[in-house]
Design a protein around this ligand. Structure first.
Ligand code: ADP
Length: 199
């Protein structure tokens, strides 16, 4: 099973990607977490992206896609499945991910779109800010990330609809209900299309 997720900040990408990864026993590739890890370790890449993260701006496509390419190569070696959490965030990243997929015979089977309204997203991000103390979960930066999502990321959804792999999910309900819907939808898709990936 090869899944990517397009969703606004706070919709639950990370939580749901973890569920998908364990259900299908596939690698969870989370670009935000990978980037924050570089920042925490103060690597050259971390130094280059720290300011973008703190301001809630997107990291340059080339940096993210180099990271993603490595992760997809590793996923292929690990059995062929993956769940991509945080990519694509721009049309250019969507095209790059597709090119990498074609080249490695690893294109996504499903693009999950987690839907939730802004009130709920901001409520969740505020709650997370208290628990995780992420540098990008301040009120101004949260609102900015939401704006960036609508301007730059949301338009990608139409592209996946045209490709016939879009699966919309109502993410306004409790996490376990959303997870059940996602797993049901992915299992249904696996039965109708046959799974080219692992397990
Ligand atoms: P959220 O979806 O809640 O904003 P993430 O952990 O997915 O959280 O992303 C946090 C930050 O990491 C983003 O605001 C952005 O700065 C950076 N980032 C993550 N993925 C990408 C990407 N694909 N392209 C550019 N920047 C990214």
């Amino acid at each position: 099973m090869r899944v990517l997720m397009v969703a606004p900040p706070g919709a639950g990408k990370g939580t749901q990607a973890t569920v998908i990864a364990s259900h299908f026993d596939i690698p969870h590739i989370a670009t935000g977490a990978l980037l924050r890890d570089h920042v925490a370790r103060d690597t050259d890449l971390g130094k280059a992206v720290r300011e973008h993260l703190d301001r809630g701006e997107l990291v340059p496509d080339a940096i993210v896609m180099t990271m993603v390419r490595e992760a997809i190569v590793a996923a292929k070696a690990a059995g062929g499945g993956y769940v991509l959490d945080g990519v694509p965030r721009t049309m250019e990243q969507a095209r790059a991910a597709y090119r990498i997929g074609l080249e490695l015979n690893m294109t996504a089977d499903v693009a999950l779109h987690l839907q939730a309204d802004d009130e709920e997203l901001l409520r969740r991000l505020r709650a997370r800010a208290v628990v995780e103390r992420r540098s990008d979960d301040t009120e101004d930066v949260m609102r900015h990330r939401l704006r960036v999502y609508y301007e730059v990321t949301h338009p990608i959804i139409a592209w996946y609809r045209e490709r016939g792999i879009l699966v919309p999910i109502d993410a306004m309900r409790p996490a376990k209900d959303v997870a059940r819907d996602i797993i049901d939808a992915l299992e249904a898709r696996r039965r109708t299309t046959g799974d080219a990936g692992a397990s």
